[in-house]
Write a protein that binds this ligand. Structure first.
Ligand code: FMN
Length: 292
């Protein structure tokens, strides 16, 4: 099993292999709640921002969460301040974190994605950029990350605009995630991360109508771990670039499973809502496992 020590992720040095899943840990709110103690014992070895879009978004109408056995369905809908608001207000605060910063971006067209990558990549505070391609391209109607050719076109369109390493966050709602990973690699991506949430739905027990304001949502947490592990193993076997594995990781043993399946590093998502210090615990458990 890969150990819990320092790693090189696309030429960026990390003190260990534990990241957060985008959108599952609000470092700015946590800093407000825990003060500088958060910086002294930061739970991750790199921090991934929540996904930002070019224009500000309100997100989806409530309700936004449904608890499933061993997981969550969320329909948050990417509320964010938009690129200008992020660069002016959030980036300076995130730059104070004691670990390299990954900024996650989503564009609803290739040109929107290009604008995001170009302007985020200009900032010295940003170590890596993650492309969240789990959204429809309004020009083609296709989910960018569900189709290898569409993903390749998106990566090719932005590759030359930044020298920052590009991570493509793969969706599990694709026929063949490994083919999408290979297409991303051939188009110039430096790494892939997976899995994003699986499409899911819940009904209101009283009205028999969809519970979530967004009708459908994304399933995450231990419920998806077996699916994630299979996809990470398939992607790691097919692609030559590093894979960041996630999906239901809640212990050092789970993290070790993803590393053994071929992931270069791992990310903790839903577990952060239960325990904001989960990253520290998982890193310590992984260290104990690696030592035996
Ligand atoms: C409440 C919530 C919000 C999320 N927001 C984002 C997001 O903004 N961008 C993104 O790429 N993934 C987002 N995700 C997906 C996670 O980063 C992760 O890929 C997924 O939840 C699987 O990991 P987990 O089972 O450990 O949570 C979100 C997940 C949850 C539960």
């Amino acid at each position: 099993m890969a150990d819990a020590g320092p790693i090189d992720l696309c030429r960026v040095q990390l003190a260990g292999p534990i990241l957060n899943g985008s959108g599952t840990f609000d470092a700015i709110a946590a800093r407000r709640a825990f003060g500088d103690a958060l910086l002294e014992r930061f739970p991750f070895h790199a921090f991934v921002s929540k996904t930002i879009t070019l224009a500000p978004r309100e997100g989806n109408p409530p309700p936004r969460l449904w608890e499933t056995p061993a997981g969550l369905i969320n329909s948050i809908g990417l509320p964010n301040k938009g690129l200008d608001g992020f660069l002016a207000h959030d980036l300076p605060e995130l730059a104070e974190l004691p670990v390299p910063l990954v900024v996650s971006v989503m564009g609803f067209s290739r040109d929107e994605l290009a604008e995001l990558v170009r302007r985020v990549g200009e900032r010295d505070e940003v170590a890596l950029i993650e492309l969240n391609v789990s959204c429809p391209n309004v020009e083609t109607g296709l989910i960018m990350g569900a189709d290898p050719a569409e993903t390749a076109r998106a990566v090719e369109h932005v590759r030359a605009l930044t020298d920052r390493p590009l991570i493509v966050k793969l969706t599990p709602n694709a026929n063949d995630p490994a083919a999408v990973a290979v297409a991303a690699e051939e188009a110039g991506a430096d790494a892939v991360s997976l899995i994003n949430t699986l499409k899911g739905m819940a009904l209101d027990p009283r009205t028999r109508q969809p519970w979530l304001g967004g009708t459908t949502g994304g399933v995450s947490g231990p419920a998806v771990r077996a699916v994630a592990l299979e996809q990470v193993a398939a992607v790691a076997a097919a692609a030559g670039i590093p894979a960041i594995g996630m999906g239901g990781i809640a212990s050092g043993r789970h993290a070790g499973d993803f590393l053994s399946a071929g992931a270069a590093c791992v990310a903790v998502g839903t577990e952060n809502f239960r325990d904001p210090a989960a990253g520290l615990r998982i890193a310590a458990e992984l260290g104990e496992l690696a030592a035996v």
